[in-house]
Design a protein around this ligand. Sequence first.
Ligand code: ZN
Length: 268
Amino acid sequence: MVRPRYEMPGNLRPASLQERRRFYARRMDYDAAAAWMSRPAGGRVFALILGRHSGIYPRRFRHLKNVPLIIDDAVEVRDLRPYLLRYLPEGVYYDRNVYAPLDETRKARIDYARAWRSRVFRGQELAFDLDPENVDCPIHGDIAAKMARHQGLSFCDWEFEEIRRQAAELFDELARRWSRLRIVFSGRGFHVHVFDADAFRLSRKERGGIAASLARRYAIDEWVTSGEMRLIRLPLSLHGMVSRIVIPVPRRRLESFSYDDPRAVPRF
Ligand SMILES: [Zn+2]
């Protein structure tokens, strides 16, 4: 069966370097992002992806375009600003691990990807990542079919609406166990974050169990929930593949939320 080609719905498109510069210079709400990162207190680490998916990056940083550029000396989110204006990344992430104060953490010289057993590790924020390409679409097929056509990052309105429905259902299910939940529009799909103290303390094994059991019913990325993939998009940053702002969405507004929500559309 020949399936129709597709890319992204509406006017979603990659942001240019100039648009990224304008956004990080003048539009980003650094205070709201700082409020997000304030819980719980601890050393926090950030990461930038320059141009892995869009292929758009400053030429002089060609050697860095695909790898996460780790920033472990930004105490406040605003401290990221000089880095954002220098590297003009397509995506900004934070490490869901909470560490000892940053000067102590840097001195320990750990490999952040293997931080779990280190003495500077304090816990990890539990999160769920729901992306529209992971749902089985009646028109475009499943993720394997999309990957085979090199359309692993494409999605359509049907897939967006289905992943939004799943995010609402997952939130309501998680709300039976935890109370400090937040939903974030990731630019393409949704993230559900859990800020309850007991969730921060879950072991790797417990996280793996939660991920495996929920992945049977939701199109979640198991690697994110299990803790294997610790980076997640920073709310209020720009998703440079689709030119949308990553924003928290109250549960009561989720059903009617669109990727064209005025809060999510950047005015470059
Ligand atoms: Zn589709």
